[in-house]
Design a protein around this ligand. Structure first.
Ligand SMILES: Cc1ncc(COP(=O)(O)O)c(C=O)c1O
Length: 409
């Protein structure tokens, strides 16, 4: 019998990064030592005290029951205190905060809760795929706003795009510091966009997954630091990068109580909450390690960034050092511009044994860029730089054009 999937699923293209992962796995099975700078998957572990506490809870039979879908009260209290300590903002734990199974789950279900056919959504592009696809899965239309410009130009392009649109978009995703481009914005940016959102009744959703991974003294602004933010939107934070707890699957959505209530309602139908041992581990992380642990991980990524960017630039690349995130957003070297980001990634995978993400996978504005995740240690990154340099010395753009298809099918 042929299984007919839903129209919703048919609207989704094959996941480019899934294909890249299969290729990487295949080459590894064939014996190649691929240096994996593809996915933003942290390579460090959560603080020992967090793991110890979770292990202890694991032995309590009560912890094996279903947990609370919105997060246990102590966890929501701790998340509230975290925002107070870090940003000086008070959020009511019961009404203005909800725990999510990582921010990706939270964003996906929030789209289902707020969007449907006939709605449209604004998304800066290139973008982290779920900002686009969660809206598509919910049946909404997506309008992208190019992000390859400075923040003032971006805002004026956004405002003029908005003027032309009908029906008017209902929601806009923000994501600063931004994956994949590493763009950071200042407080003034949020003030202006919040003023625009209030005037036009556009819901704002800021994905703040890279809040703490900042370099060279840069400090990220929380969207909720702007006094009126809560009137129009929410912010998602994640334990994945700040505390290296990606596999634990825990994050939070904070802000506007009506939006939190909508997310709570839909999550009540879909899930029974995060495993209690994980929630208790997160309490310890937020209470005892909120300051030094994220700073420690940021300093590790900063040193890796220096090795990567300085090494590639010495080899003839032209990369601006990122101020935040665990990524470097690298233009394909000028000489190879015409081969495109997929072919260049195929070349790096096969001939330099380095896996990176082609920029086109984040939207057409990402073409001719590569996203390089700094998720291997400095020695491996140094080795990756050497292998890339060597592979490029022996290869012309024509060689790449003839050897690789530019498609991952
Ligand atoms: C911008 C952005 N948002 C959300 C996520 C997902 O994070 P989480 O592990 O909290 O689901 C990622 C992960 O790479 C990300 O880059």
């Amino acid at each position: 019998m042929k299984i007919q999937v839903s129209n919703r699923l048919e609207r989704l293209p094959p996941y480019l990064f899934g294909k890249l992962n299969s290729l990487k796995a295949q080459l590894r099975r064939d014996g190649q030592d691929i240096i994996d700078l593809g996915m933003g998957n942290p390579d460090k572990a959560a603080p020992e005290e967090v793991t110890e506490k979770a292990r202890e809870v694991l032995t309590d039979p009560k912890a094996h029951r279903y947990s609370s879908s919105k997060g246990i009260p102590q966890l929501l209290n701790e998340a509230s205190k975290f925002y107070e300590k870090k940003y000086g903002i008070y959020l009511k734990p019961e009404e203005e905060i909800i725990a999510t199974i990582g921010s990706k789950e939270g964003i996906s279900h929030l789209s289902l809760a707020l969007l449907g056919p006939g709605d449209s959504v604004l998304v800066p592009s290139p973008s982290f795929p779920i900002h686009i696809w969660s809206a598509i899965i919910a049946g909404a239309n997506v309008i992208t706003v190019p992000l390859d410009v400075d923040q003032d130009t971006f805002l004026s392009n956004l405002f003029s795009t908005y003027e032309m649109l009908w029906p008017k978009p209902k929601l806009m995703f923000l994501n600063f510091p931004h994956n994949p481009t590493t763009t950071v914005v200042d407080k003034k940016f949020f003030e202006e966009i919040i003023r625009f959102a209030i005037k036009n009744e556009v819901i704002l959703v800021n994905d703040f997954a890279y809040a703490d991974i900042t370099f060279d003294g840069h400090k990220s602004t929380s969207f909720l630091e702007i006094p009126d933010a809560k009137k129009v939107g929410v912010e998602f934070i994640s334990m994945s990068k700040s505390f290296s707890m990606a596999g634990w699957r825990i994050g939070f959505c904070l802000g506007n109580p009506d939006i939190i209530k909508a997310l709570e309602k839909i999550k009540g139908y879909y899930d029974y909450g995060i495993f209690t041992a994980v929630q208790v581990g997160a309490i310890i992380a937020l209470r005892e390690h909120w300051d030094e642990t994220p700073a420690h991980f940021a300093s590790i990524y900063e040193s890796r960034r220096n090795v990567l960017v300085e090494g590639l630039n010495k080899a003839g690349w032209d990369i601006v050092k990122p101020k935040s995130t665990m990524f470097t957003w690298a233009p394909v070297p000028e000489k190879y511009k015409d081969v495109g980001s997929i072919r260049f990634s195929q070349f790096l995978m096969h001939e330099a044994e380095v896996c990176v993400s082609p920029g086109i996978g984040f939207g057409k504005e990402g073409e001719n860029f590569l996203r390089i995740a700094m998720v291997e240690n400095e020695e491996r990154i140094q080795q990756a730089v050497r292998q890339i340099k060597r592979a490029m010395q022996n290869t012309t753009p024509d060689d790449i054009m003839t050897r690789y298809s530019g498609s991952l099918d």
